[in-house]
Design a protein. Structure first.
Length: 164
């Protein structure tokens, strides 16, 4: 079944969290570092979830003899959770390859070789930073994550018509 990829509503939400992270990152107050990272890591997940959709049709139901109600069509995620690498691996092969090919052409400081490698670096970070008081958050370069988000936003917006 045809899928509209990306889901523009989900993509707009991802952009909102990305923009919030950028705005928070401009504050010099160190208390803003946790909200910056939480918004940025959540944006990362949501960008991937905007591509992580399939349509499912519920089974038809016989309402009364001779009258059948056909099932609703609804969107369901291919993968759920807070592991960007798993969300990426669940994507359609054409989408994954398109993103990896675009990522290979990116130029920025300390960029990982592959997109999957870049995403693996942030597996679990949304949860760990959201619950920073549990002591599981690891330090990382917020600028590197913001560069990855810039890439994802621009690439998904730029290629969406090819994937629809």
């Amino acid at each position: 079944m045809m899928r509209q990829i990306p889901n523009l509503g989900v993509l707009n939400i991802a952009d909102s969290f990305y923009e919030a992270a950028q705005a928070l990152n401009k504050f010099s107050d160190s208390r803003m570092s946790v909200p910056t990272i939480v918004n940025a890591t959540f944006a990362l997940e949501i960008f991937l979830k905007s591509l992580n959709i399939k349509f499912s049709c519920e089974e038809p139901t016989e309402i009364m003899p001779g009258l059948t109600a056909f099932g609703r069509v609804r969107e369901v995620p291919l993968e759920t959770g807070h592991m960007p690498s798993k969300l990426f691996c669940a994507l359609d092969a054409n989408i994954k390859n398109g993103l990896e090919n675009c990522f290979a052409q990116e130029q920025y400081r300390n960029k990982p070789k592959t997109l999957i490698e870049a995403l693996q670096a942030y597996d679990g970070d949304f949860q760990n930073w959201r619950y920073i008081f549990e002591g599981k958050a690891k330090s990382f370069d917020i600028q590197l994550l913001l560069e990855l988000l810039r890439f994802l936003s621009a690439t998904i917006h730029g290629l969406s018509s090819k994937w629809a």
